[in-house]
Design a binder for this molecule. Structure first.
Ligand SMILES: Cc1ncc(COP(=O)(O)O)c(C=O)c1O
Length: 434
């Protein structure tokens, strides 16, 4: 006999909120203080000279990141949003060019494309990994396609081999938004390093962070040079008059400060430990939840590792006879933290549906440069839309510590909800949470 659900007035299974995930230790604090004591909080100069590439902490972070991820170049930026904008600019996109990306991401992936008057084209996702579906990408390649911008959603790599194949056959660049997947592996290569340009977010919620920041990675010398120019007012240092050298390098300041760089360098040394703790939590959760009927735990394809920024599940709501939103509501009522009922569908945001980016006239979609009409709205990405509306259930693992005891009590809350499915089925519809 199980106790009644907290949703229906029963005792709450997790009465005290779980501890937040805190990543800052004495070593991070010491690193920040050491920078303060120098009095030089940023050593960048937006002019020709040694200061153009940043100060000693920025460079040390870049050297450590290049070694850690096994790439020729790592460039620190003040956010991964800045990194994405720099990446799109660096590949030499022209106004009206298209970049194929995924609707299941944070908005910055798609808006980075708009920064250069490019047109985001959304390909549907795979129902098991939630990453971009290469077959949908291939179907959307047009004469205007310039690149594929894949996202390693929730902590595991998109199918980079298939995307690379498409990119090579159509002469496209491949960019990887690995914001959520630092430390994830594709065979023996780190996620983020299989694209022409990839990189990671260092914002507060990520595995490793310095408040705000990002790291770009590339093996391509020319792209690295262009990224560095876009990062720091490149227009003032370029002597060439060639259009292809000057293009897309106008007026940005994406420079990371010395304090953030010093913290990020310490954080980088903790990546292994953070990844291991997330994987341990996720594996423990999976052992418990895989017995629940109608629930599919995260799926990781052969050869990949998942670093579990989010623990992403799907529900067979037909078999369960209860809606995903109602199950999420019941879990939240039991005190399960960070329950996600759905994720994002960027193609359904008002800015995209109404095609309003610059001014009110629909630019860049309505500009003469954009030779293909692209519209956004329901039906464009049916797999992503159904997952978001009905079947995806996530746990935002990045928000809480999720030690063994936390995982066990969360699993217990799931079991309690599953033991009370009849009561949920019989109950009146409950207000849905997005
Ligand atoms: C997939 C993805 N792309 C881009 C970003 C933007 O990164 P930042 O917050 O560092 O600008 C995020 C941040 O959450 C993200 O998860």
């Amino acid at each position: 006999m199980t106790s009644p659900l907290a949703l229906f007035g029963g005792p709450k299974l997790i009465p005290t909120p779980l501890a937040h995930f805190s990543t800052i230790g004495a070593d991070d604090i010491a690193a920040a203080v050491a920078v303060m004591e120098t009095g030089v909080l940023s050593a960048y100069i937006g002019a020709p000279g040694p200061g153009f590439m940043g100060g000693p902490r920025v460079r040390a972070l870049e050297a450590a990141a290049a070694a850690r991820f096994g790439v020729r170049h790592a460039l620190a930026v003040n956010s991964w949003t800045s990194g994405l904008i720099a990446a799109v600019g660096a590949i030499g996109i022209e106004p009206g060019d298209e970049i194929i990306t995924t609707p299941w991401t944070m908005a910055a992936t798609a808006t980075a494309i708009l920064h250069f008057a490019g047109i985001p084209v959304f390909a549907d996702i795979l129902p098991d990994t939630f990453n971009i579906d290469p077959r949908c990408v291939e179907a959307l390649v047009s004469p205007r396609t310039r690149a594929i911008l894949a996202v390693d959603i929730f902590g595991q790599s998109a199918d980079m081999a298939a995307l690379r194949d498409i990119a090579d056959r159509h002469g496209l660049k491949l960019i990887s938004d690995s914001a959520q997947a630092p430390g994830a592996m594709v065979g023996d290569r780190p996620a983020g390093t299989l694209a022409d340009i990839g990189g990671f977010s260092l914002n507060y919620h990520k595995h490793i962070h310095c408040g705000e920041g990002g790291i770009l990675v590339t093996d391509d010398d020319r792209l690295a040079e262009r990224l560095a120019l876009i990062r720091n007012h490149g227009e003032v240092v370029i002597q060439s008059e060639a259009a292809e050298d000057l293009a897309n390098i106008l007026g940005y300041n994406f420079r990371m400060g010395e304090i953030e760089a010093a913290i990020a360098a310490v954080q980088l040394t903790k990546l292994e430990e953070r990844v291991a703790s997330r994987q341990r939590a996720a594996d423990r959760l999976t052992s418990a939840l895989r017995e629940l009927p109608g629930l599919t735990p995260p799926y990781t394809p052969q050869g990949l590792t998942n670093v579990y920024y989010v623990y992403g599940m799907t529900l067979d709501t037909d078999a369960l006879g209860v809606s995903r939103n109602r199950i999420a509501e019941a879990l939240r009522a039991e005190g399960v933290p960070a329950v996600m009922a759905g994720y994002q569908n960027i193609h359904l945001l008002p800015a995209f549906r109404r095609r309003i980016a610059y001014g009110t006239g629909g630019f860049p979609w309505t500009s003469p440069f954009a030779s293909i009409e692209r519209h956004y709205g329901p039906g464009l990405c049916p797999v992503a839309e159904k997952l978001h509306a009905e079947t995806f259930l996530g746990l935002n693992l990045c928000l809480n510590a999720f030690g063994d005891a936390d995982v066990d009590v969360v699993a217990e809350a799931f079991r309690k909800v599953w033991a009370n499915l009849d009561a949920l089925r019989d109950a009146e519809p409950i207000r849905a949470h997005g």
